[in-house]
Write a protein that binds this ligand. Structure first.
Ligand code: GLN
Length: 225
């Protein structure tokens, strides 16, 4: 009798399955989602295009691509994706927005009341680099990714006008904030998916890995009781 009890209590705790596969979704309503899917495959991540609420439950992280932020916001509302995404992100799922994606994630857009996810504590200015310089490339220092600067492609890009206290500034271009992280939220004003440099996507992949591993201590605590 006591042997049975011993066996049960001494069995190894069922901690969060090391090496469990991860899946990252790319919101595929509008914009350059294909380039993100390709980049994720290069980073050896299983990637899916997300268009339906059911797919939100399958993924461990989500990328919102560049495109047109008003269209993305309206389509996300229309297809009833905004609320399920908001719920998952508020419960810790990592989210990475690039350009229009960053705009959609923001709490506030200067001079616009377009539909937003509204979770990232920043105020963003759209098309902020001026019409003369619609599109340009620059090497921007990003210490998080190492000494080598990141090649950044800006296309009618926004920048962050104001960032809340919990927001970490990862990169600036000519004093303008162009890359930020706030916990599980990562936002870039440029298009890292349009270069061959995988480092920012690999950083996001690590955020997703970490968010999955965070469940281990809870399992441990539960099993130890
Ligand atoms: N200018 C676009 C917007 O405001 C963003 C451009 C982009 O995603 N490349 O939505």
């Amino acid at each position: 009798m006591s042997g049975v009890w011993m066996k049960k209590s001494c069995s190894p705790p069922a901690v969060g399955k090391p090496g469990r596969e991860m899946k990252i979704g790319v919101l595929a309503l509008q914009g350059d989602f294909e380039a993100h899917l390709k980049m994720l495959m290069r980073c050896e991540v299983e990637a899916i295009a997300v268009r339906q609420a059911a797919e939100i439950t399958e993924i461990d992280g989500l990328i919102v691509p560049g495109g047109e932020s008003t269209a993305i916001g309206k389509l996300a509302d229309l297809f009833e994706l905004t609320e399920p995404i908001r719920n998952r992100v508020q419960n810790g799922m990592p989210l990475f927005g690039t350009c229009a994606g960053l705009i959609w994630m923001a709490r506030e857009i200067e001079g616009s009341d377009q539909p937003l996810l509204g979770l990232l504590d920043v105020t963003v200015a759209r098309n902020a680099f001026g019409r003369q310089v619609d599109s340009f490339e620059a090497d921007i220092p990003m210490p998080l990714l190492g000494d080598r600067p990141l090649r950044a492609v800006f296309i009618r890009a926004p920048y962050v006008l104001q960032a809340g206290e919990g927001v970490q500034v990862l990169a600036r271009y000519e004093d303008k904030i162009v890359c930020v992280q706030e916990g599980n939220l990562l936002g870039a004003a440029f298009h890292p998916e349009l270069t061959s440099d995988e480092r920012l996507h690999r950083h996001f992949r690590r955020m997703v890995e970490d968010s999955k591993n965070e469940s281990a201590p809870h399992h441990l605590a539960y099993n130890a009781r």
